[in-house]
Design a binder for this molecule. Structure first.
Ligand SMILES: [Zn+2]
Length: 71
């Protein structure tokens, strides 16, 4: 599966929020989120906002359109 990566550090893991209950996910080549543990999503979980996603490994945040193809 082709995945998109953080433009700053190259990580393929993203989170929906910096705080609280958050969704951990990856982005596939069609810019669709691939949620790591869908069974752990609850009503309190911050939904994925495609205009503001957060890198799981560095301080980058931005719209999914800024992600780069991983290599
Ligand atoms: Zn990053």
């Amino acid at each position: 599966m082709e995945l998109l990566a953080c433009p700053q550090c190259g990580s393929q893991w993203f989170v929906s929020s910096r705080s609280g209950e958050r969704t951990v996910f990856q982005m596939d080549g069609q810019h669709q989120p691939v949620i790591a543990q869908p069974e752990s999503i609850s009503e309190d979980t911050v939904p994925i906002n495609p205009d503001q996603i957060f890198c799981g490994a560095c301080s980058w945040k931005g719209p999914e359109n800024d992600l780069v193809e991983s290599r």
